[in-house]
Ligand binder design. Structure first.
Ligand SMILES: Nc1nc2c(ncn2[C@@H]2O[C@H](COP(=O)(O)OP(=O)(O)O)[C@@H](O)[C@H]2O)c(=O)[nH]1
Ligand SMILES: [Mg+2]
Length: 460
């Protein structure tokens, strides 16, 4: 393990009451102590663990004051990294906290890499990999459900479920390996039926986690809400109205929106991945055509379609074609441009999307948009669980690893059922174990670790 002493600013940049510089490593107390002048005169190196000392950070060379701070001392192994840690809480803002960091670096610490504190927490065994990743997700959580799910992961909920599955597989593995090592010996005879039964149990556990993840997806990552309709009905203007800012280009010329644009909005605690799309139309323009094809893809993945219809113009065959596309999907109709004299017959629109509620709006002024949002949430709320029914798998990496586990287990069961010798079953069980171990970090490459932790911010 790396024995450098590292330091970084742990708080966000910008004007703030406090700024925290974190120092971790075998020399943390010496390094931080070299630039700390305690008001009580007690050197940091003598401070008991888990105490706070008031004083000043001073320039190493000149002893000029740098900032007024509280120094928190946490001695190994009772710290985030399980190393000696000192945290200076000083003033926030652009200068003070940076100057404290500079002082600490001058005293011999090295700047931490992104995620290095959490990486050390993982390497020292304080957190497993799923928990370490939860730290990153927790920092990035944009709404309560994401926070709840990642907090559960940080507390080890997912890790415990994975560990239980691994333990059962390890028992199967041991059984198979004995059979491989001592073929034909009495104690080594293996029953493919019993192996299959145990593998089936584990596979059911894996499937259960995947199913819970699929159910939780809209709650944690946002329900995919695709704004669709023919060109020029005001999709982009409605998108902007719902975001309360000018995100997408709005223009009277049809075909302005070429690509899909996605933003997260949180309505009454419900996260939505709001997608603005190119108008659904037949077009000869290859670029617009590519946009239309993306719109179709977005629609295919939608939890709900927000169909925008321009009430100020008669319905067109293009509108009818969109309605056909939306058949069988969950739809909410935004009857737009109600600030203009009506042209489209509402009965015709209701007939085109019989099950869909219709909300009149004027995207331009924002009229009706809150009602539209209330309807949207009312339609989505019953479809997504409000509480986790077990650990929620929230990361794409974990989801992929679970899928590969399920595949390996299916191959293992096929081998066992097909009368193959235990070696063949064992290879697949080993693969399943590796995939599960990749989630919690028992079996991960250094490259993968580097990649995971590089996504962290500096100071975490
Ligand atoms: N009067 C009025 N015009 C609107 C409204 N919403 C959109 N528009 C206009 O309709 C045109 C097309 O809007 P845009 O959002 O680009 O449509 P999109 O092609 O469906 O994305 C623009 O000129 C907008 O100013 C509305 O509620 N009232
Ligand atoms: Mg548009």
């Amino acid at each position: 393990m790396d024995s450098d002493t590292i330091a970084a600013i742990a708080t966000a940049a910008g004007e703030a009451a406090l700024g925290i510089v974190r120092v971790s490593g075998p020399r943390a107390l010496a390094v931080a102590g070299a630039v700390f002048q305690g008001a009580a005169g007690c050197p940091l190196a003598d401070a008991p663990s888990h105490t706070v000392q008031y004083g000043w950070v001073v320039d190493l060379a000149t002893r000029e004051p740098v900032d007024e701070v509280l120094a928190t001392v946490m001695r190994a192994p009772r710290s985030y990294t399980r190393e000696d840690v000192v945290e200076f809480s000083g003033h926030g803002g652009a200068v003070a906290v940076r100057r404290v960091l500079d002082a600490v670096l001058a005293a011999g610490a090295r700047p931490a890499e992104p995620g290095e504190f959490t990486k050390r927490a993982f390497l020292s065994g304080r957190l497993d990999l799923a928990q370490a990743e939860a730290v990153l997700q927790l920092i990035r959580a944009t709404h309560d459900a994401a926070h709840t799910a990642t907090l559960e992961q940080l507390r080890g909920g997912l890790s415990a479920a994975i560990r239980r599955l691994r333990e059962r597989l390890l028992a199967v593995q041991a059984h198979l390996e004995v059979s491989v090592d001592f073929p034909g010996e009495e104690h080594a005879t293996w029953s493919s039926a019993s192996v299959d039964e145990q593998l089936r149990d584990v596979a059911q556990g894996v499937d259960g986690l995947l199913a819970a993840a699929a159910r939780a997806r809209p709650r944690v990552h946002g329900a995919v809400t695709v704004i669709c309709g023919r060109p020029n009905v005001g999709k982009s203007m409605l998108f902007n109205a719902m975001l309360r800012r000018d995100r997408a280009i709005v223009h009277p010329r049809p075909g302005t929106t070429r690509d899909t644009i996605e933003e997260l909005v949180v309505l009454d605690g419900m996260p939505l991945r709001l997608v603005d799309t190119a108008g659904l139309t037949d077009t000869a323009d290859p670029v617009e055509q590519a946009g239309v094809s993306r719109s179709h893809d977005a629609l295919a993945a939608a939890d709900i379609a927000l169909w925008v219809v321009d009430r100020s113009a008669p319905l067109t065959p293009q509108d009818a074609a969109v309605a056909v596309r939306l058949r069988g999907r969950r739809v909410l109709v935004a009857l737009n441009k109600v600030d203009l004299p009506p042209q489209a017959a509402e009965a015709e629109i209701r007939a085109a999307a019989p099950a869909a509620p219709v909300v009149p709006v004027a995207a331009r002024s924002g009229l009706g948009v809150p009602e539209l949002e209330t309807q949207l949430v009312a339609l989505l709320r019953p479809t997504v669980p409000s509480e986790p029914e077990g650990p929620w798998v929230t990361s794409a990496r974990h989801d992929a690893a679970l899928r590969r586990t399920a595949e390996a287990l299916a191959r293992a069961r096929a081998a066992a059922g097909g009368g193959l010798s235990p070696e063949f079953v064992a290879v697949e069980v080993r693969e399943a174990l590796d995939q599960l171990g990749g989630i919690t970090g028992e079996s991960v490459s250094d490259e993968l670790l580097a990649e995971i932790f590089s996504k962290f911010c500096i100071g975490k």
